[in-house]
Design a protein around this ligand. Structure first.
Ligand SMILES: [Zn+2]
Length: 353
């Protein structure tokens, strides 16, 4: 018996018998995916009629992981946080959360809701929130604990938490029970230098332009770049009355010495998308070098809409970017950059011409 050489996406071999990259990738993808279903939902037997994400989402995540490890020549952007940002940016009024009964997810939404978004969520959880080691340990625990049983969503959520000892309630709530997205705005960056205690005429330590609201500020008086130079930051000694019982005294002189000549940056972040998220910051310094720093999602625990944090840097910073590689699923990277790019809207530039 002869079979036509048609694979999953209808890709046929080219006239010379070879396959296109796209056909190859679809074939690799579909084989990994269908083999994966032997485990989810056949062995870890969730109810796929009720919760599609428990088999398709987990399986899409594992498909992507397998490609990443075994098939480095295969594109894995779909199902990554960055790859799903376009979907997450969509109209919230029209979207359903992942935790939605399968039958009631519109067919046009099904691929993103049940496959792509859960895969992106688990990728974010593994790579950025928990770290691969802890995630893999907890995920294996879920697979083993629930093999040949019938886990419900809460069993997955609970197992990931108690096998890792990480509180992930905020993560499940945001990514699985809501249609919010990750949209962080780098609202403001303030630059300070500790005022050097120089006596006399010479004050070479600081180049302050106090009160200068010239070029670098926008209409609200917020700096849009670093052109105003650092603001002065004076540190007075801690009054004795500030020390209550059991509180150790700090050495003000030591602290002042530690901060002297260093650059202090206070950044203000606003959460516009609703999802609380870990923050990845890329600092670029005057000498061209870069540094990546990461803050856990817990920075939002006391205020889910705005946080401020101060960083101490030896070198002068020329540029700050939040989530430079789109690892958190950021849907609007344009407002994640400082200095602010001055963008004219299309209407204004049209009017000028
Ligand atoms: Zn499937």
């Amino acid at each position: 018996m002869e079979y036509p050489m048609i694979c999953y996406n209808g890709g046929r071999p080219k006239s010379d018998g070879t396959y296109s990259q796209r056909t190859y990738e679809s074939m690799v993808g579909v084989i990994i995916h269908e083999v994966g279903h032997n485990f989810f939902p056949m062995i870890v037997n969730s109810d796929e009629r009720q919760w599609s994400w428990m088999d398709e989402g987990l399986n899409s995540f594992l498909e992507r992981e397998t490609k990443r490890e075994r098939y480095p020549d295969v594109n894995i952007s779909w199902g990554s946080p960055k790859g799903m940002a376009g979907y997450m940016r969509g109209d919230k009024e029209m979207m359903r959360p992942i935790m939605w009964q399968s039958d009631d997810i519109p067919p046009s939404d099904f691929g993103s809701n049940a496959y792509g978004k859960p895969a992106a969520a688990l990728t974010l959880l593994r790579e950025t929130v928990m770290g691969p080691e802890l995630f893999d340990k907890a995920f294996k625990e879920y697979a083993q604990r629930w093999a040949f049983k019938h886990p419900k969503p809460a069993d997955f959520f609970r197992t990931m938490e108690d096998a890792s000892a990480v509180d992930l309630d905020w993560f499940w709530r945001g990514w699985f029970y809501s249609v919010d997205n990750v949209d962080v705005d780098l609202d403001e960056v303030k630059w300070y230098k500790v005022k050097a205690e120089t006596k006399g005429m010479e004050n070479k330590g600081v180049k302050t332009q106090k009160g200068d609201l010239a070029t670098g500020n926008n209409a609200k008086g917020k700096a849009t770049d670093f052109s105003n130079g650092p603001q002065e930051f004076t540190m007075i000694n801690t009054p004795d009355a500030s020390y209550s019982e059991f509180r150790n005294k700090i050495n003000d002189a030591d602290i002042r010495k530690n901060l002297e000549s260093k650059n202090l940056y206070e950044i203000t972040l606003k959460n516009k998308g609703g999802l609380v998220t870990p923050i990845i910051i890329e600092w670029t310094f005057k000498d061209g070098t870069k540094e990546i720093e990461q803050l856990p999602a817990e920075i939002w625990r006391l205020n889910e809409t705005e946080v401020k944090k101060i960083f101490v840097k030896e070198k002068e910073v020329t540029r700050v970017v939040i989530d430079p590689d789109g690892k958190t699923g950021e849907v609007n990277p344009a407002d994640n950059v400082f200095p602010k790019r001055v963008t004219e809207n299309k209407f204004d530039s049209f009017k000028k011409n």
